[in-house]
Design a protein around this ligand. Structure first.
Ligand code: IPE
Ligand code: IPE
Ligand code: MG
Length: 256
């Protein structure tokens, strides 16, 4: 009886930021998330860091589902940075196996939910089995027109910008564009996020207040939302809270 009451109470609390409170007409189109804190989540429990990464993968599934239900158009998830290679080899290897595992388990569900999988990041360096799994997911979901699930894998913003400048320079040399053509739109079209609008809302978990080389070009006017919650503890309610806070902000884009 007591337990039942407790469960009900927890449920009620969980529904505090129920989407009834959310303005369905002002859901951020593009949400980007720096999924941080897996290692500390595990450490707190006396578990190896990889246990945090495994748990984090399950959270990805739930958050994708909820974002899709809420009508978010694109969700970019920072899964592995160009700097994360500095970590111990076994940890890197474990993380690199996660996309394959994730897709093996959840690709049918993503297909059913009309999700389109994409990636940004440097392909070079990613193990072939990871690339194969990701490519298969991209191929099998390319005609889906629901949520765009964009994994930032081996992604670094400075790498992205460097590559964009390199390609742009080549096109200038080749004469396919001229210096007069270079404007913000053109530069944007050389970014890996081409075709996806800039994020409206950036979420970072784990209490770190920094961008860690994530989407520096695209985040120019994004609303930033930070939480102390570690990624494996991040829930649908946290997502809704972030969206609610977003809806209570006034975006001015430099105007009044
Ligand atoms: C985020 O969690 C996952 C990746 C960067 C791959 P971390 O592994 O960075 O966890 P902390 O920040 O060490 O707790
Ligand atoms: C950012 O987290 C990268 C990802 C979440 C994939 P990090 O844990 O690597 O960032 P820092 O090192 O704390 O800045
Ligand atoms: Mg971290």
């Amino acid at each position: 009886m007591m337990l039942n009451k407790l469960v009900n109470l927890t449920k009620m609390n969980k529904e505090i930021t129920d989407d009834n409170k959310l303005d369905r007409s002002r859901i951020p189109s593009h949400i980007a998330i720096i999924m941080d804190g897996n290692g500390r989540w595990a450490k707190k429990r006396g578990l190896p860091r990889i246990a945090g990464h495994r748990e984090g993968m399950k959270v990805v599934r739930r958050i994708v589902k909820r974002a899709n239900q809420l009508g978010v158009k694109a969700l970019t998830l920072y899964a592995f940075s160009t700097e994360n290679w500095k970590r111990p080899k076994p940890e890197v290897e474990f993380i690199m196996k996660l996309p394959e595992q994730f897709l093996l388990t959840y690709l049918p569900e993503l297909i059913e939910e009309n999700v389109q999988v994409r990636t940004i990041g440097q392909k070079e360096g990613i193990p072939s089995y990871t690339q194969k799994a990701v490519n298969e997911a991209i191929e099998k979901t390319k005609h889906n027109d629901g949520l765009i699930l964009n994994f930032a894998l081996n992604y670094g913003s400075r790498f992205e910008i460097t590559e964009a400048v390199r390609q742009l320079s080549k096109d200038l040399d080749a004469g396919t564009i001229s210096a007069e053509d270079v404007d913000e739109n053109l530069i944007g079209s050389y970014m890996m996020t081409k075709g996806i609008g800039d994020p409206d809302l950036l979420i970072r978990t784990s209490g770190e207040i920094r961008l860690s080389n994530f989407m520096l070009w695209q985040l120019a006017y994004t609303e930033l939302w930070f939480t102390d919650v570690y990624w494996p503890d991040f829930s649908e309610v946290d997502l809704e809270q972030a969206i609610l806070d977003y809806q209570n902000r006034g975006r001015r884009f430099g105007g009044v």
